[in-house]
Design a protein around this ligand. Structure first.
Ligand SMILES: [Zn+2]
Length: 70
């Protein structure tokens, strides 16, 4: 398995989670790193996953698999 870098600009950390925007439900879903790239999804390192903030009016859904310390 190859390393996947964080998708944030100027960040070279290894991605640990995948953020997917579900436009139909105004939801940002943060889950375990997905195996394949999907539309509207972004790989994030631990730091950026923790700092994630959704656009106003959006719901952020975090899966327990990416809680800090696991
Ligand atoms: Zn990052």
């Amino acid at each position: 398995m190859s390393r996947r870098p964080c998708s944030r600009v100027n960040c070279a950390e290894e991605a640990v989670a995948t953020l997917t925007y579900v436009y139909a439900d105004s939801m940002a879903v943060l889950g375990p790193l997905s195996m394949k790239a999907e539309p509207h999804s972004y790989d994030l390192c631990e730091k950026h996953a923790e700092r994630l903030s959704a656009p106003q009016g959006w719901i952020v859904l975090r899966h327990s698999a990416v809680e800090p310390g696991t």
